[in-house]
Design a protein around this ligand. Structure first.
Ligand code: NAD
Length: 433
């Protein structure tokens, strides 16, 4: 099929490359000329395991192309995916400016029947507004279906290639069946393609993210109580995870959730509730607990050193919002570092993939190390913020000899408290003695 993916970000680029990999002719469109130029030269603008190989192979075989020419891309394609960003407005609602602008462009340029797919995460009712905007621009026939994306950054290619499920919201049966056909190669092992009405499909995506965010805040709240009563959140987690009704995913206590999805989607669902006279009380608490988690962490550092952090040098391991991505959108590291700086500390940081992105946020207000030991030179303490695999088994002796004081604040519980004590570290973690 001829497919156009509009918005070549984390979702659009992965979707485009994977759809090309299953034999479709895919054109990826973006308004960011520099990004498209890079992609044409084979430079992948994001860190996502497995993606460079896919883009390279499918570009070489001319199944995957990149353009800023929306008109030509729309005319050429049968299925048009909208995969642009839906950030948060100051009120907490999803900002649909980009989605609506694309809808108008599609309407303006289409010259025959098109199937338009909203893949961006959008509030209930958006597909209907997209349909209305397109109809204002064209007399051509078209359908709009909702197909929210569930991929995880860091495992995005694998998730797209082998989805747990594909959700399709369609009011027109034939339109839905076209998407079922498109996804056929990805669900051969039996993952369901769940057909539903458009509004329900739009809500499923928010429900999934809000539920996962709730699990994280729930565990963080338990971890905070465990600290007060002298219990161990890691053993509590194991006790919960082995219960088949609960399962092991998203039960790790830590610095809370960040990234471009959980915070914004939780907020957007709260906002949808308030627009519809329903207060999402659980999600309000999920958000509050999440924001508190960073404050509690920095509070531990402050309490250890006394009144404030003036003149203290803090090393930070991990900047991206989670391992295996360079994405720093809404990363807990931003609030941790900004608070440390505001309290007078100096910060030296290291991340395996997010250093370039970090520079655009912090500029020269922090120092950047070339490896995880580099930022420990002369540090009064280390704060572990993102649990990259390479941080888990470090050379502890080397760490100790680099640091001014062997103090570790572990925001992700990657080390064993007893082992750290044995090694001579003063060790703080989340929800453990
Ligand atoms: P992103 O910011 O990485 O990419 C969005 C892209 O759209 C950018 O490259 C931008 O230049 C482009 N764009 C903006 N306006 C455009 C226009 N008028 N025409 C063409 N291109 C335009 O965003 P993302 O992380 O890929 O997220 C996209 C959507 O998918 C969001 O709604 C998000 O909530 C949802 N989503 C994201 C993830 C994720 O893990 N990142 C997972 C599932 C769903």
């Amino acid at each position: 099929m001829n497919v156009c993916v509009i918005g070549t970000g984390y979702v659009g680029l992965v979707a485009g490359a994977c759809l090309a990999e299953s034999g479709n002719d895919v054109v990826c469109v973006d308004i960011d000329e520099a990004k498209i130029e890079k992609l044409r030269q084979g430079v992948i603008p994001i860190y996502e395991p497995g993606l460079p190989e896919l883009v390279e192979r499918n570009s070489r075989d001319e199944r995957l192309t990149f353009t800023t020419d929306m008109e030509a891309a729309v005319k050429k394609s049968f299925i048009l995916f909208i995969a642009v960003g839906t950030p948060t407005t100051p009120s907490g609602a999803a900002d649909l400016t980009y989605v609506f602008s694309v809808a108008k462009d599609i309407g303006r340029y289409m010259d025959r029947y098109k199937l338009i797919v909203t893949k961006s995460t959008v509030p209930v009712g958006t597909a209907e507004r997209v349909r209305d905007l397109i109809a204002l621009e064209t007399k051509q026939p078209f359908d709009v279906v909702s197909n929210p994306e569930f991929l995880k950054q860091g495992a995005a290619v694998e998730d797209f290639m082998k989805p747990d499920r594909v959700v399709v919201g369609a009011d027109d049966v034939r339109a839905g069946e076209i998407l079922r056909e498109l996804y056929g190669p990805f669900v051969r092992t039996g993952s369901p393609v769940l057909m539903m009405d458009i509004r329900t499909a739009e809500m499923v995506k928010y429900a999934a993210n809000a539920f996962l965010a709730s699990r994280i805040s729930f565990m963080n709240e338990l971890a905070n109580l465990a600290e007060e009563v002298g219990a161990d959140i890691e053993m509590i987690r194991k006790g919960l995870a082995s219960d088949g009704r609960i399962g092991p995913a998203f039960l790790f206590a830590g610095l809370g959730f960040g990234g471009s999805c959980f915070p914004k989607d939780t907020r957007a669902l709260i906002q949808t509730g308030s627009e519809n006279n329903y207060r999402m009380r659980i999600l309000e608490a999920v958000e509050t607990v999440n924001l508190d988690q960073v404050d509690r962490f920095v509070g531990k550092i402050r309490r250890h050193f006394g009144k404030d952090l003036k003149g203290k040098r803090i090393a930070v391991w991990g900047l991206s919002f989670k391992p295996r991505t360079n994405d720093m959108r809404d990363a807990p590291a931003i609030r941790v570092i900004e608070t440390l700086l505001a309290e007078g500390a100096s910060v030296a940081a290291y991340d395996p993939e997010a250093m370039e992105d970090a520079r655009t946020i912090f500029g020269d207000r922090i120092q950047y190390a070339s490896n995880n030991y580099g930022c420990l030179e002369g540090a009064n303490a280390l704060a572990v913020v993102t649990e990259w695999q390479v941080f888990r088994n470090p050379n502890f002796e080397r760490m100790k000899s680099s640091m001014q004081q062997p103090i570790v604040f572990d925001g992700r519980n990657i080390f064993d408290p007893a082992h750290m004590r044995q090694l001579g570290f003063t060790y703080y973690s989340i929800g453990r003695k």
